[in-house]
Design a binder for this molecule. Structure first.
Ligand SMILES: C[C@H]1O[C@H](OP(=O)(O)OP(=O)(O)OC[C@H]2O[C@@H](n3cnc4c(=O)[nH]c(N)nc43)[C@H](O)[C@@H]2O)[C@@H](O)[C@@H](O)C1=O
Length: 316
């Protein structure tokens, strides 16, 4: 069975590659010409890499026509929310053009393939206190250009299923983390700062943004397992939450990470890390996905954070 991962050198993409290789899949993945390959370097001999700019429709069509994958895991995206306020059109254009190019190429060259579209809990946006934990049926009230782009990706999957019968499954993944998480995201950013302070590479001050936001974190290794199950067992045209069901304040995340270190560290708010709007509470209900697949997150959050901190301790 041939699987294609867009953004294989990314955080989730590299973990998914390892998971699928373990399951006996023939794995290919897209990278950009500027990619460093650092997350897939150890897999170089086991995966086939396509240098393919997904915003280029001819390049995508040529790749899909050649490979004709059975499964596509579409993970590549501009995924850092603050960047979407700084450059909204870039996020919208990037996330939508990649999606349309893949769906069009599939329709022509591998119409019986399956595609997983990595969408986001950000689609729910403004969530009221009585709507938590959030179900897939919750209204979508997006609060960032990124959220709007993910809603559009989500509905493109639905539209291609309805129009052409393409097997498109959308997952709304809540926050996830673990080793290799990009350093701009909160868990990784705090962990990297701690590792730098421990090594004396920066003064003992850890900068933070809004510590009051409550988020639902899952280990990336549980998330990629869910992605495999989604294409194996879920209904096309449908959307599924992937979450842990547990909400934690960012302050709690910080305290867990600090608890792994014996170094004395001061905390300081950096106002440039605050956002034009930050959803207060995001906690997901994953019962629809569980009913279909039997999936539960398995890795304790503390282990995830320790693995992440140790990743930075070994990287910098
Ligand atoms: C589901 C969703 O998940 C991710 O988006 P995100 O939630 O924006 O992730 P994050 O790690 O940047 O922020 C989480 C929370 O943490 C707060 N926060 C406090 N202090 C800092 C801080 O210093 N840095 C950052 N980055 N955040 C901070 C920040 O204000 C926010 O409330 C992406 O995968 C996205 O693609 C996606 O789909």
């Amino acid at each position: 069975m041939k699987a294609l991962i867009t953004g294989i050198n990314g955080f989730a993409g590299s973990h998914l590659a390892e998971h699928l290789l373990g399951g006996g899949f023939e794995v290919s993945g897209t990278i950009r010409s500027s990619s460093s390959l650092r997350h897939v370097v150890q897999l170089r001999d086991m995966v086939r890499l396509y240098e393919c700019e997904l915003t280029d429709h001819a390049a995508v069509e040529a790749m899909i026509a050649e490979l004709r994958p059975d499964l596509i895991f579409h993970l590549a995206a501009q995924s850092f929310i603050p960047d979407s306020w700084a450059a909204p059109m870039e996020t919208i254009h990037n996330n939508l053009s990649c999606q349309v190019h893949l769906l069009e190429a599939m329709r022509k060259h591998c119409p019986s393939g399956k595609i997983l579209i990595a969408c986001s809990s950000e689609e729910y946006g403004q969530v009221e206190a009585d709507e938590v934990p959030i179900k897939e049926t919750n209204p979508l009230r997006p609060l960032s250009p990124y959220a709007v782009s993910k809603i559009a990706q989500n509905f493109l999957g639905y539209q291609y299923f309805k129009n052409y019968g393409l097997h498109a499954v959308c997952v709304r993944t809540f926050n996830h983390t673990g080793p290799r998480r990009g350093e701009q995201f909160v868990t990784s950013n705090f962990a990297k700062q701690i590792a730098e302070i421990e090594k004396g590479l920066k003064p003992p001050v850890l900068y933070v943004g809004n510590l009051e936001a409550r988020r639902d974190f899952t280990d990336v290794r549980d998330v990629v397992r869910a992605y495999g199950l989604a294409l194996d067992k879920c209904e096309p045209g449908e959307v599924y939450n992937i979450a842990s069901g547990v909400g934690r304040e960012v302050r709690e995340v910080l305290n867990i990470l600090l608890g792994f270190s014996t170094t004395q560290i001061d905390i300081q708010q950096d106002t440039s890390r605050l956002r034009p709007s930050d959803v207060k509470v995001v906690v997901g209900d994953y019962s629809k996905f569980h009913a279909r697949t039997g999936w539960h997150p398995e890795i304790p959050f503390e282990s995830t954070l320790l693995d992440l901190l140790n990743y930075w301790r070994g990287t910098i």
